[in-house]
Design a protein around this ligand. Structure first.
Ligand code: ACM
Ligand code: ZN
Length: 542
């Protein structure tokens, strides 16, 4: 009897394990609600996509799925608008779906129905269908694959409206082709924002037509630090000229590419710090007058913009070109790591502090950011700044990116400001993700996948009312020690997938053991697409 009972337990356990993996179907991010039914839908060359209404945006929402299928299966699905009740993927805009990014997907053995309030929701539903197909969908022309989709009923929508990754293309430049690949990686995981960090001490990466020296001088450095950060007497340099920038035509191309994938690009133009590259070309915008050299060293530098009228003119002209290019509602103006050393000793800065009745240099930074905010708002847009913009008083409509842990975000939300959580305690994807002894040289820190996954963007310290200001979550990839595209991918994934699930899936559905199992299955898809990623979860004891 006991034996029979134990076998019964074993069978039930086996069934529940099976049910568990089946329940999740290896989807990342895991959907809000999913019910698996028996059976499957099979795509063949006569399957049609019925799309209503048909326009540019709904066309974009299904285009990527269709081109993947045409590459893998060898045929493209016909897109029509006459109603079909079998062998079709019926996609329709339905205003009754409450979340603008949400979707409802019903897969039955004879028909797939996908409904969403917006084309973006249709796009996310198509990404789910993509992940429900066999992993060979990601490879060109595999042989003998049945293009099956399990019967499911999914109702899905994101937990947060902002889900993103930031890439620093200044410390190390990335060609536009890679930026587009990176955007693909975001879209695959239902992220909707790419934060493009475009200016730094070590290089200015965006063409500004009014200031050609930003291209000629600020975009290039003469040397880069070799190896890890060391004391001045031990530093070694490569003495290789390094740089590059995106033309405005490149930028337009990347924006158009992102738009087709429902990704907003937020450009970042750093001020008042991290400005040595710009000051090398235009030293008159500094407190001392220079001369400067585009930095080949990493860190925080004392020479920052001096809040002179000509500096504001320069920055406003730069921002005007940036705002003309980027459709984003938000412009990131940096604001982090601006030492006040020069301002303390600058006659102009001190006179300005007096004239404006400011208490100190922190209030001078606040004055600086508020002026810039006013300008940005005059163009109908809003600023985002790193959490240092809290010091000396927040600009009235600024959104805060909380990076030094969560405290800045908590404070900003309590002041009724919107917040994007990007704490270095969880989502700095340049930090080590596995044993530093066996990993490529990094900046330091230690954020293995489980740690990144464990992040909850809603701090317990906030009331539900205050917590509404938490717009979402973003992982940051600073590239001091990440010289190549392959290395960016390696640092970004799978942790970027953990950020995506944290941003999208209900907190109650998050489970690391389950996520890890799903990621191991996702790796087959990454391999097919040709994405590099860190494999430490395959071997590490956690
Ligand atoms: C930052 O990491 N300095 C925003
Ligand atoms: Zn000054």
């Amino acid at each position: 009897m006991r034996r029979i009972f134990l076998s019964f337990i074993t069978i039930m356990y086996g069934l529940s394990l099976c049910a568990q993996t089946k329940t999740e179907l290896n989807l990342v991010p895991v959907p809000a609600q999913i019910k698996i039914n028996a059976g499957q839908f099979v795509i063949n060359s006569t399957t049609q996509i019925v799309l209503t209404p048909q326009n540019q945006e709904t066309g974009n929402a299904v285009a990527i799925f269709n081109s993947l299928l045409s590459r893998a299966a060898g045929y493209r699905l016909q897109i029509g608008n006459s109603p079909l009740s079998s062998n079709a993927i019926v996609c329709k805009i339905n205003p009754a779906i409450s979340n603008a990014e949400g979707y409802k997907l019903s897969v039955k053995s004879n028909l797939i129905t996908l409904e969403a309030q917006t084309p973006q929701g249709i796009f996310y539903g198509m990404q789910t269908l993509r992940q429900l197909l066999p992993a060979q969908i990601e490879r060109p022309y595999p042989s003998n694959v049945a293009w099956t989709i399990p019967c499911v009923e999914i109702e899905d929508s994101p937990r947060f409206a902002y889900r993103g990754l930031m890439l620093d293309v200044c410390r190390h430049f990335q060609p536009k082709e890679f930026v587009m690949k990176f955007i693909d990686m975001l879209a695959y995981h239902k992220m909707n924002t790419f934060h493009w960090h475009l200016t730094e001490d070590q290089g200015w990466r965006i063409e500004i037509k009014k200031y050609p020296k930003l291209q000629q001088i600020s975009a290039f450095r003469n040397r880069t630090l070799k190896g890890g950060y060391t004391s001045p007497d031990k530093r070694q340099w490569d003495n290789v000229r390094y740089g590059g920038y995106y033309t405005q035509e490149d930028i337009k191309e990347v924006i158009a590419y992102a738009q087709k994938r429902f990704i907003t690009i937020i450009p970042e133009i750093e001020m008042p710090g991290h400005a040595v590259a710009a000051l090398t070309a235009y030293p008159e915008l500094s407190c001392t007058g220079g001369p400067f050299e585009v930095e080949g060293l990493w860190g925080v530098f004392n020479d920052i913009y001096c809040p002179k009228e000509e500096t504001f003119t320069f920055l406003q002209n730069v921002l005007s070109e940036v705002m003309d290019l980027f459709p984003s509602e938000y412009i990131h103006i940096g604001g982090d790591e601006a030492p006040k050393t020069r301002w303390e000793r600058c006659a102009h800065c001190q006179a300005l502090i007096k004239k404006e009745g400011l208490k100190n240099e922190h209030e001078l930074q606040s004055y600086f950011i508020k002026r810039i905010e006013k300008f940005v708002e005059s163009k109908g847009k809003h600023i985002i700044g790193w959490d240092e913009i809290l010091e000396g008083g927040l600009a009235p409509n600024a959104t805060v990116m909380s990076w030094r842990g969560e405290q800045g975000g908590i404070e900003a939300a309590k002041q009724n400001h919107d917040v994007i959580m990007t704490p270095n305690t969880y989502v700095y994807l340049d930090y080590y993700q596995a044993n530093p002894k066996t990993e490529p040289l990094g900046i330091g820190g230690f954020l293995p996948l489980w740690k990144t996954y464990s992040f909850n963007p809603t701090p317990a310290a906030l009331t539900p009312e205050e917590a509404r200001h938490i717009l979402g979550v973003q992982g940051n990839i600073w590239t001091e020690y990440i010289p190549t595209s392959e290395h960016v991918e390696y640092m970004a994934f799978p942790r970027g997938a953990a950020v995506a699930e944290t941003g999208w899936s209900p907190n109650a559905k998050k489970n690391y053991t389950d996520f890890k199992a799903r990621m191991i299955q996702q790796f087959k898809r990454y391999d097919g697409i040709g994405w590099n990623y860190c494999k430490s979860i395959l071997t590490d004891e956690e």
